[in-house]
Design a protein around this ligand. Structure first.
Ligand SMILES: Cc1cc2nc3c(=O)[nH]c(=O)nc-3n(C[C@H](O)[C@H](O)[C@H](O)COP(=O)(O)OP(=O)(O)OC[C@H]3O[C@@H](n4cnc5c(N)ncnc54)[C@H](O)[C@@H]3O)c2cc1C
Length: 449
């Protein structure tokens, strides 16, 4: 049911109706019903606005596994299982994902390819002339001059936000989750390391267990829990970074481009092409009329996006821009004047597209001129934190790249209802920073790789 009233108590209070809150509430409700340990109504899902009010509602929707952080490969395998459990209602298009790099990334691609396949996530790698030919087989007009290495992930794809948000919300309702929308959490009562009450604008909820999935608002919840704003990060090689900010805000740059009138974005065998990601670390971005971007790197991604823009076209973006440890989060997304894509973004993005494929020549005229903002809270090593933050409170903080990670809610629900450690979640514990297991090995200009 959906309500505006808060109950006095609940076995589980899940905060935030984004990707992680809705997936967790849905899977908790299913696990309780199926095991006979409880019912969907034991789960309260609370959001100050409603489903998809944060990053989940504005994401590009790319589902890929191109990470140099190996343990994420398993998280994505679980996630694709969930996307594939009901692709129609979650909007998942399993078109695959192709990543393209220059020679300097070949050994990274080899490592990723091995790790993905070891994790049960099939991908193929192509190097040198094979890489160029492979790209041409999907996009015959691809400029393969700098394409030295290609990774093709088969299980990946994309999921438009409209369907995914609606589908997740419906699943919560179908399993009887008590959805309380339009009510903000304002703080926590804590006793001896436990949250005894979740305080809201409409009264307090006594909770046995709390799951915090607050997206970009995570810093506020962190403060309410009395946690330190900085920490020391120890690395496997013995290195240490002292007093790193726990949360750093970045703003994302994304946009949409309609196709030229006579162009199509289909493969030669008339399929929706894989999501495409290209990072050329030694190649400048130059527009068709010669404008260059000396401070920026070549990093671009795109996927077919007719469902989002109402006509044939693509959606994508580039490397986000760091804001710092403080940001004005509300109003969020397209409503926030401070964090819209910069005026140069349209020129830059269209320059990457027209460099890559002939069909995008002249596409600057087709850039969809509209608001396109969104910020995220990144962790100290830009890798998610999934862990207990109080004796009875679990936090899902995905470092703003976890729309794709729909399976985390399932794993967390399993952990909470079975009271057993879940192996796939373990590498993302907060203790990694102190224990010298901070992540950080990445040969990329982008914090998400
Ligand atoms: C422009 C953009 C594009 C992106 N593209 C991709 C992509 O292609 N692929 C990908 O994997 N990831 C992408 N991401 C990242 C991804 O969208 C996020 O990592 C993910 O959606 C975060 O989900 P969440 O559930 O943690 O948070 P959110 O979706 O932000 O949800 C948090 C919810 O918590 C609620 N909330 C917060 N505080 C309170 C409170 N005090 N009381 C009650 N409710 C509260 C908010 O209202 C909000 O609805 C993108 C992000 C942005 C901004």
């Amino acid at each position: 049911m959906t309500s505006t009233q808060t109950p006095e108590s609940a076995a589980y209070v899940v905060i935030g109706a984004g990707m992680h809150g809705m997936s967790t509430a849905w899977h908790l409700a299913m696990a309780l019903e199926k095991s006979g340990k409880g019912k969907g109504g034991d789960v309260v899902l609370i959001d100050k606005t409603g489903p998809g009010a944060g990053a989940t509602g504005v994401a590009c929707g790319c589902v890929r596994n191109f990470y140099m952080t190996g343990p994420l490969h398993t998280i994505l395998r679980h996630s694709v299982d969930v996307w594939q459990s009901d692709p129609a209602n979650l909007g998942f298009q399993q078109v695959g994902y192709v990543s393209v790099g220059e020679d300097n990334q070949t050994s990274d691609y080899e490592k990723i390819h091995k790790s993905q396949n070891d994790a049960g996530y099939p991908s193929n790698i192509y190097v040198g002339q094979e890489a160029k030919s492979y790209l041409k087989s999907i996009w015959p007009d691809f400029n393969t001059e700098k394409a030295d290495v290609v990774l093709h992930e088969k299980p990946s794809g994309y999921a438009g936000t409209h369907l995914a948000v609606r589908g997740l919300h419906e699943k919560c309702l179908q399993w009887g989750v008590n959805c309380v929308f339009g009510t903000a959490v304002t703080g926590y009562d804590m006793t001896n390391g436990c949250i005894t009450a979740v305080n809201t604008g409409k009264g307090s909820i006594k909770a046995d267990c709390v799951v915090i999935c607050a997206g970009a608002w995570v810093g506020k919840h962190w403060d309410w829990l009395g946690k330190p704003r900085t920490l020391n990060m120890r690395y496997p090689d013995g290195g240490i970074t002292e007093s790193a900010d726990m949360w750093t805000y970045w703003r994302l740059l994304e946009g949409e481009v309609y196709l030229n009138e006579d162009a199509t974005y289909r493969t030669p065998d008339d399929r929706d092409p894989p999501v495409l990601h290209v990072e050329l670390m030694n190649t400048p971005v130059v527009t068709e009329d010669g404008k260059s971007f000396p401070d920026l790197h070549f990093y671009t991604y795109l996927r077919y996006a007719a469902e989002r823009i109402g006509a044939p076209g693509v959606q994508g973006g580039t490397i986000p821009i760091k804001i710092g440890p403080d940001a004005q989060i509300d109003p969020y997304g397209h409503a926030n004047d401070s964090y819209q894509a910069d005026p140069w973004f349209a020129d830059y993005y269209c320059a990457t597209l027209s460099y890559l494929m002939d069909r995008f020549k002249g596409c600057r005229a087709n850039f969809k001129d509209r608001r396109n903002g969104g910020i995220g809270a990144f962790t100290p090593d830009n890798v998610p934190v999934f862990d207990w933050v109080a004796d009875n409170a679990y936090m899902i903080a995905d470092s703003n790249h976890g729309y794709k990670m729909i399976g985390v809610g399932k794993l967390v629900a399993q952990h909470l209802t079975e009271s057993q450690p879940v192996e796939a979640l373990a590498p993302f514990a907060l203790t990694r920073y102190e224990q010298g297991l901070t992540f950080g090995e990445r040969n990329s200009n982008c914090p998400w790789v």
